[in-house]
Design a protein around this ligand. Structure first.
Ligand SMILES: [Zn+2]
Ligand SMILES: [Zn+2]
Length: 442
């Protein structure tokens, strides 16, 4: 895209675009080159709203809206997902332009508000079906509408990233998948038969941006708006792994699609967030690709040609002899509150211990030893998952595994001994000293 041709959004537009409150006449463009990169320009608004949510959460609930490590993982996934766009136009646009240029039936006028509103509906409808097909897990519910349920494992491999956060706040919205657009484009491509790419490119961005603000717990109920639009309450249900939440509320902007096609569920009992099989990691690559790796290994481990293809195209819960979407009994119950509290406590203890080590406090060794023992206890009773998951693979079963973990823990404790604390201090101070020498010699 030619950056000169694009407009910068004003502050007023910036705020309104986060809620899809844009007017057709200010967001209609003749060519694709003129369409602003709204998502890129939204960065200061993402940050401002995240800070605002932090303040409001402190005032209303006396606590932050989530954990720092989870939030950082979400933000890094958001950055990760934008990386391919640095090299080329996204596949969502390239395929669209190709269809438009070669197969379009009619060309709706780019400047008409009718085209604008129709595209708004079309993109949101496409998102609903993409999202619904991408989802995993079996459901216990009955559907009122006779639409076949069609979750596809390979699509879930992309979308699951967004659901891997176990907190629910505005940062969760940024936890986006790098793989998702490689399947989502299919659902928007029918629009290319009649809607100009420049109109589509605007709504594709607004549809995504709208879904930012609904990722929050500080907004409860929005009254009659809940009937028509997707709200924080509806989308909380979508992120839940309580049984009643599974495979519900696929809406992007309008909740009416869920109401029409029988996938709507109102929020009632407290939602527990995250994947039914939590990934317990903050590694960015794992957050993005672990399910793809899972499909790969299951593909090779499943006997039979047709079974192998079912692994890719049926639901994630599927296995030979099981229904298309797997068995509902296999969805584990949500993590207990005790485990959650212990984990949060352990992370705080770890961060404090690191702070003590960096400060070189005399008590650091004691605190670090307590932390290591705490780790062993929590791990032994199943409240923590291994920090190096690949290692637990190698020592699967037998007490060899426990011995390996003890060894690792002891290695982890070594920095707390006097000798190594000194070394740590060198490691921190040496670059500083070198820098001083350099500055001095100039
Ligand atoms: Zn989803
Ligand atoms: Zn979401």
């Amino acid at each position: 895209m030619n950056p000169e041709a694009q407009q910068d959004v004003s502050v007023s537009q910036g705020i309104r675009m986060m809620f899809y409150m844009m007017k057709p006449n200010e967001t209609s463009f003749q060519t694709l080159e003129e369409v602003p990169d709204y998502v890129k320009q939204a960065t200061p608004f993402f940050i401002s709203l995240i800070l605002l949510e932090l303040v409001v959460s402190w005032i209303l609930k006396g606590k932050p809206p989530g954990r720092l490590d989870d939030a950082l993982t979400s933000i890094s996934a958001g950055i990760f997902s934008r990386l391919p766009s640095l090299f080329s136009r996204s596949i969502e646009l390239t395929t669209y332009i190709y269809i438009w240029e070669n197969y379009r039936l009619i060309s709706l006028p780019w400047h008409s508000p009718w085209t604008w509103y129709l595209t708004f509906l079309g993109v949101d409808f496409g998102y609903y079906w993409f999202h619904r097909m991408a989802h995993g897990g079996a459901s216990t519910s009955h559907h009122h509408f006779p639409v076949a349920r069609t979750e596809v494992n390979i699509m879930w491999a992309g979308h699951q990233t967004h659901h891997s956060s176990e907190d629910y706040n505005l940062s969760t919205a940024l936890r986006q998948s790098v793989l998702q657009i490689y399947t989502s484009w299919i659902f928007y491509s029918p629009l290319a038969l009649f809607i100009p790419p420049s109109v589509y490119a605007v709504h594709l961005q607004f549809n995504l941006l709208y879904q930012f603000w609904i990722h929050t717990e500080v907004i409860n109920n929005l009254g009659p708006l809940e009937l028509i639009i997707n709200t924080p309450s509806h989308h909380r249900v979508h992120h839940g792994r309580n049984r009643y939440c599974i495979d519900k509320n696929y809406a992007g902007v309008l909740i009416i699609w869920d109401r029409i096609f029988g996938t709507f569920e109102a929020e009632n009992e407290k939602v527990v967030y995250g994947l039914t099989h939590p990934i317990n990691t903050f590694e960015p690559f794992k957050v993005q690709f672990h399910h793809l790796v899972y499909i790969w290994t299951t593909f090779w481990a499943t006997p039979g040609f047709f079974n192998k293809f079912s692994v890719i195209f049926k639901g994630p819960g599927w296995g030979p002899g099981k229904p298309r979407l797997g068995l509902s009994e296999e969805i584990p119950e949500a993590l207990s509150q005790v485990t959650l509290l212990l984990r949060v406590g352990f992370i705080i203890l770890t961060l404090t211990s690191i702070g003590f080590l960096l400060d070189q406090r005399p008590k650091a060794a004691i605190l670090e030893t307590v932390r290591c023992l705490g780790f062993l206890m929590l791990y032994r009773f199943g409240h923590l998952k291994p920090f190096i998951p690949s290692l637990s693979f190698a020592f699967e079963s037998s007490d060899l595994k426990l011995r390996a973990e003890t060894l690792l823990t002891i290695v982890g404790c070594i920095p707390s001994t006097k000798l190594n604390r000194k070394r740590l201090s060198w490691a921190v101070n040496l670059p500083y000293a070198l820098h001083q020498i350099e500055v001095g010699s100039n």
